[in-house]
Design a protein around this ligand. Structure first.
Ligand code: GDP
Ligand code: MG
Length: 260
């Protein structure tokens, strides 16, 4: 299965990607905006978590492709730029991992100059809702035309499902919260609807924001309001340091920072 790391520029995607893929420092692409695919053999709790959520049958020796999607940047008008190539790269994943930032770091400015992980989650959700809404609207029109011409049974069955999805997304609710049944999901499986994809949200903290972990995890949970979405803290920079230490030093380090 393929998981896409999605987020704004400088949220820590590539750092996380490097930790998960256990890249040597010399091969790392930190700060670089390059899409990369990597096959990773579940060496990490987070991937364990993902295989449990998404892929229980294949847990043994599961390999997961992690896709480091180039981050969203602002264009000249100061707004974040959503391009078709970005959306296409998001679409191609079986599950999404939102990487949002809750660390201050002067040398790497947040694209909107505002550190607020919930706002970034909300931004991604809204853009993806908007994409789904446009897709569904188009599809409804197409089906209606086709049904008049061909009276095809499959399309007749599809229409109410698409309309139900449309009505839900129109209320600004993600499709993962619609509770679609197996048949409905099957009908939709070819369409790559973004808010239907299984989601994990990872909030990136550092040693200055570590005491805010509970606060921001709760805020994100309140915003998402969906028990099927896992929300986890991670510590990109600290973990990168950790990955260079041996076991004994690592335990001391983790204790010092209160990382479990
Ligand atoms: N202080 C601090 N810096 C971080 C943290 N995570 C990432 N960075 C830095 O932010 C920059 C961008 O990180 P990167 O992983 O390339 O972000 P991406 O644009 O989302 O891929 C790099 O210089 C990282 O070292 C963090 O938790 N704390
Ligand atoms: Mg990057």
């Amino acid at each position: 299965m393929q998981i896409g790391l999605v987020g704004l520029q400088y949220s820590g995607k590539t750092t996380l990607f490097n930790i998960l893929s256990e890249k040597e420092e010399s091969e790392q692409n930190i700060g670089v905006d390059k899409a990369a695919i990597e096959v990773v053999k579940v060496p990490d709790d987070r991937l364990e978590l993902l295989t449990e959520i998404f892929n229980p049958k294949k847990k043994v020796n599961a390999t997961i492709e992690i896709y480091d999607i180039p981050g969203l940047r602002t264009s000249d008008d100061g707004k974040l730029k959503i391009t078709n190539s970005f959306l296409n790269e998001v679409k191609n994943n079986d599950a999404l991992f939102y990487i949002v930032r809750q660390f201050e770091e002067g040398s790497v400015p947040h694209p909107m100059n505002k550190i607020d992980s919930v706002e970034d989650i909300s931004f991604l959700e809204n853009e993806f809702l908007f994409y789904d809404l446009a897709f569904l609207e188009n599809r409804i029109e197409k089906i209606k035309k086709e049904v008049m011409k061909t009276k095809e049974e499959r399309l007749k069955k599809e229409l109410p499902v698409i309309e139900k999805c449309y009505a839900h997304v129109e209320k600004e609710l993600p499709l993962r919260k619609l509770g679609l049944d197996e048949n409905e999901l099957k009908l939709l499986s070819g369409y790559q609807l973004l808010t239907l994809k299984p989601l994990v949200i990872a909030i990136n903290f550092d040693d200055n924001s570590i005491d805010q972990v509970d606060e921001y995890i709760s805020k994100a949970r309140e915003f998402i309001n969906d028990d099927n979405v896992k929300i986890i803290p991670f510590y990109a920079k600290l973990e990168l340091e950790l990955s260079k230490l041996d076991n004994e030093d690592m335990e001391m380090f983790m204790e010092e920072y209160g990382i479990k």
